[in-house]
Design a protein around this ligand. Structure first.
Ligand code: OSB
Ligand code: MG
Length: 373
């Protein structure tokens, strides 16, 4: 039994916000982010917000802000406006003919979940089946100019109480920084993320990371290169975690069959939404694979969706859901997402759980589009 909803208007807001601290991965550096906010308005007047957290350039995933805008405005929103629905999971079925484009889909799917949970007077976490009242957050640290700069960043986050630190690595920035951080923090829950930069020729080199007691090595090889992930896992004690390789539940199935995965990073964006992210969680739980929620430097809206998702029972490892202040001087949600000694509270209020700062959105909007009246 569930209320019928009807989206009467859909809006896209391309919002630009500067990062407090520029972030460098194995592929690119960024100092500000353009994310596209999705606003869905129900016939009742209720509104649901989602966030398309694509990078500007197609280096993490094939999408860009422009491709997301195109796909959302031309294919996704027209499929949801003015057509009644009663469950968020129905909506992804409306665009099943659209291949890929997970980030664009994720923003619309998220907005539908937020709208549905607010119309049905439930917190988003409860609507998804979440069971935790609080979520353990870890931080992700980019590549720094020097090892000393990195050590200063780690110290700042350890001082803030974060219990897990992930380091971005790349061919000229791997064993040396990991050795230095491990030497300074012998007991820290530490893991590395290569964003797919290595190749099979680097297998021997990567095995050198095995001595540092890392919780996992995340996405060492290219997204489609599952066989090399499996080969590394056969010859290393450190668990291999997949991020970019898993865009669908079928990808997860393949990785499991090949024994190319021991831990799964679930990103709402990369999976194409909360519906698919939850399905991946369920499948991983069946397979005994622990999961955690990855991030894309989301603004508060996407960040709160990550918090809600992380409240599901299979999310047993710290998620990349650190406080807004690590990224943005002022966030789009009020209050901002905060962490106390690495613990983020799951909102108890209905829908997204925090208010959305429409004035700040308007002030930072660089492009806008409305479908519907
Ligand atoms: O691989 O997890 C990743 C940011 C941009 C692109 C890829 C990744 C990341 C992060 C961000 O690590 C983590 C966060 O949002 O805290
Ligand atoms: Mg990653």
């Amino acid at each position: 039994m569930s209320t019928e909803l009807k989206i009467v208007a859909a809006r896209l807001h391309r919002v630009r916000m500067p990062l407090v601290h520029a972030f460098q991965t194995s592929s690119h550096r960024k100092a500000f982010l353009d994310h596209v906010l999705v606003e869905l308005e129900d016939a009742s007047g209720a509104v649901g917000w989602g966030e398309i957290a694509s990078s500007s350039d197609p280096y993490y995933a094939p999408e860009t802000v422009e491709t997301c805008w195109h796909i959302a405005s031309k294919y996704l929103l027209p499929a949801v406006v003015n057509q009644p629905w009663s469950r968020p999971a129905e909506l992804s079925g409306r665009w099943s003919k659209v291949r890929g484009n997970q980030f664009a889909k994720a923003g619309v799917d998220m907005a539908a979940w937020v709208l549905w949970s607010s119309v049905n007077a439930q917190p988003l976490a409860a609507a998804l089946g979440g069971t935790r009242a609080e979520v353990i957050a870890g931080v992700s640290l980019g590549i720094e100019p020097t090892v000393d700069d990195l050590l200063a960043q780690v110290q700042q986050q350890v001082d803030a109480g974060y219990p897990r630190v992930k380091l971005k690595i790349a061919p000229e920035w791997d064993v040396e920084p990991v050795r230095a951080v491990r030497a300074a923090y012998p007991d820290l829950d530490l893991h590395v993320d290569a964003n797919g930069i290595y190749t099979a020729g680097d297998l021997d080199h990567l095995r050198k990371l095995d001595e540092f007691g890392l919780t996992m090595i995340e996405q060492p090889f290219a997204p489609r290169d599952l066989l090399t992930h499996a080969e590394l896992q056969r010859t290393i004690g450190t668990p291999v975690c997949l991020d970019e390789s898993v865009e669908t539940v079928e990808d997860l199935e393949t990785a499991l069959a090949l024994q190319a995965i021991r831990i799964l990073n679930i990103k709402v964006s990369r999976m194409g939404g909360l519906t698919a992210a939850r399905a991946a969680h369920d499948r991983a739980q069946d397979a005994g694979v622990p999961v955690w929620c990855g991030g894309m430097h989301e603004f508060g809206i996407g960040r709160l969706a990550n918090v809600a998702l992380s409240s599901l029972p299979g999310f047993t490892l710290p998620s990349d859901v650190s406080a807004s202040e690590k990224y943005y001087a002022r966030d789009l949600v009020v209050p901002a997402v905060t962490a106390v000694r690495g613990v983020v509270q799951v909102p108890e209020a209905t829908g997204l759980g925090h208010a959305v700062d429409r004035d700040l959105i308007t002030a930072n909007t660089v492009e806008h589009l409305t479908i519907g009246p």
